[in-house]
Design a protein around this ligand. Structure first.
Ligand code: HEM
Length: 443
């Protein structure tokens, strides 16, 4: 009961709160929310850390019911979302009353994008969201510049494969170098193609952002970063998103240059996902055959529908945004009681994506799960979140990743280099460390 004699949502015991902190929160933070720490990703893979977290969440649901479940913390009001229908409720009713600009997100993202839509609210959020959707062509499966982006991907994949052949192996370093050349050309134009120093500056800022308020802001570095970014935006290569931005109306609130750092940051996990999908296909030859049919049809059907399903499935198995965070603006009512205003909510995506109590396919590669449109009546699979705050870059990401995969598959055949990490006959691991994935390639 709360002070007004009304029933509060359930609260975890002290022992369970410690277990949640140790098994769910700390490993998620340690991996790096804004930029990954490769050593911790490797540790998570070896020690099945995400599997342990999912099993902990299942036990909490068995013990406390649908919740949401408040943690017993001294200063913070933080709750875990345990029921599928609550995921839909929260995401569909964002940003009000479930605000996206939670305190920890603001502290962290202020390091490199203080005016980004994700940490904006009120009229500013509405305006910045409009701008993001307009430039990213949010509702369209194929961005208006898709043909140009495909040409960029073809060129960079060609170079990337030549590099890999020279080394006798395709590894993360070669792949990521090619992927970021694509990303810089798509976002900023051809002049940025080899500007690796710009990407490094952004990575440094993201590394500070990983530590949120524990780290002072690096103002000089941030200024240099924005200066370089604005030089690209001023030049506005018409065959890049910078060029689309230049054609898109802005208001005094928009802060266009503060939207791009988020795109540059979010394109990194899209690269990880592309590389992981390649591993899934190498381990599942029966799917690779269907994918190659998709590739053969690309000129007639550029959306590459089956490849997109494979990318989405890779994101179900290994969501790159495992923690979707919200904060309540007001008191909210749930079946199990009242939740106070200002409570942080954590939707831990792997718990829903891998809940083997309900999903027969939880640990298998099943791209067919994504063959139709998913709605709020379905089990929540939310790699791109959903609702009014859902990722406005989803189609662009699916277009870039599936086109890159098509080009990689057109250029070569891939075998996981020993020791292989994925076997079609084994459950998919709870983490797939992209940094240590390697492929042998034949033409
Ligand atoms: C694998 C790649 C990506 C994944 C899995 C992903 C996923 C997500 C998720 C889960 C959110 C919502 C967070 C929430 O509900 O709180 C989000 C927000 C967002 N994403 Fe993505 N994203 C990806 C790539 C991108 C890219 C490449 C762009 C831009 C080019 C982008 C633009 C955005 C923006 C602007 C938001 C903030 C939306 C808002 O606050 O209204 N994302 N993304």
């Amino acid at each position: 009961m709360n002070a007004n004699g009304r029933r509060s949502i359930p609260t975890a015991s002290l022992g369970d709160t410690v277990a949640i902190t140790k098994e769910v929160l700390l490993p998620t933070l340690a991996k790096g929310p804004i930029i990954r720490r490769p050593r911790v990703v490797g540790l998570a893979e070896r020690h099945d850390l995400v599997g342990t977290a999912v099993r902990r969440m299942q036990r909490l649901h068995d013990r406390y019911g649908d919740g949401p479940l408040l943690m017993r913390l001294p200063l913070l009001k933080q709750a875990l979302v345990l029921a599928p229908h609550h995921v839909h409720r929260i995401l569909d009713a964002s940003p009000d009353p479930f605000a996206a600009d939670s305190s920890e997100k603001r502290a962290s993202l202020a390091h490199f994008q203080p005016k980004a839509v994700l940490i904006s609210s009120g009229a500013e959020r509405v305006d910045r969201r409009r701008f993001n959707e307009a430039v990213l062509d949010t509702p369209r499966p194929m961005h208006r510049l898709a043909e140009r982006f495909r040409a960029v991907i073809e060129e960079e994949t060609h170079t990337l494969l030549a590099d890999a052949r020279g080394r006798g192996m395709l590894d993360w370093r070669v792949f990521a170098d090619g992927w970021f050349r694509v990303a810089r050309r798509v976002m900023l134009g051809d002049a940025a193609r080899f500007d690796r120093a710009f990407t490094r500056m952004h990575e440094q800022l993201r590394a500070y952002a990983n530590l949120a308020f524990l780290q002072p802001q690096r103002r000089a570095l941030k200024e240099r970063f924005f200066e370089r970014l604005n030089a690209y935006l001023d030049a506005a290569d018409p065959e890049s998103l910078a060029g689309v931005m230049a054609q898109t109306p802005v208001t005094a609130m928009t802060a266009p240059d503060h939207q791009i750092p988020h795109w540059l940051f979010a394109i990194d996990p899209a690269g990880m996902t592309t590389f992981r999908t390649l591993a899934l296909l190498a381990a599942h030859p029966e799917h690779e055959v269907r994918v190659r049919d998709d590739v053969a049809e690309q000129d007639r059907r550029p959306e590459l529908p089956f490849l997109r399903q494979c990318v989405l499935e890779s994101l179900r198995l290994w969501p790159t945004t495992p923690a979707i965070l919200r904060q309540t603006r007001e008191e909210t009512e749930w079946e199990d009681g009242i939740m106070p205003a200002g409570t942080g909510l954590l939707i831990y995506a792997p718990y829903f994506h891998r809940d083997d109590r309900h999903l027969a396919y939880a640990h298998r590669f099943t791209p067919e799960v994504w063959s139709g449109d998913r709605t709020s009546a379905d089990w929540p699979l939310v790699p791109f979140s959903q609702g009014p705050v859902g990722c406005p870059g989803e189609h662009l990401v699916l277009m870039l990743t599936s086109t890159m995969l098509a080009e990689l598959l057109r250029g070569a055949h891939y075998r996981q280099a020993a020791p292989a990490k994925l076997y079609a006959t084994h459950p998919m691991p709870s983490t797939l460390d992209n940094y240590t994935l390697r492929f042998e390639i034949d033409t």
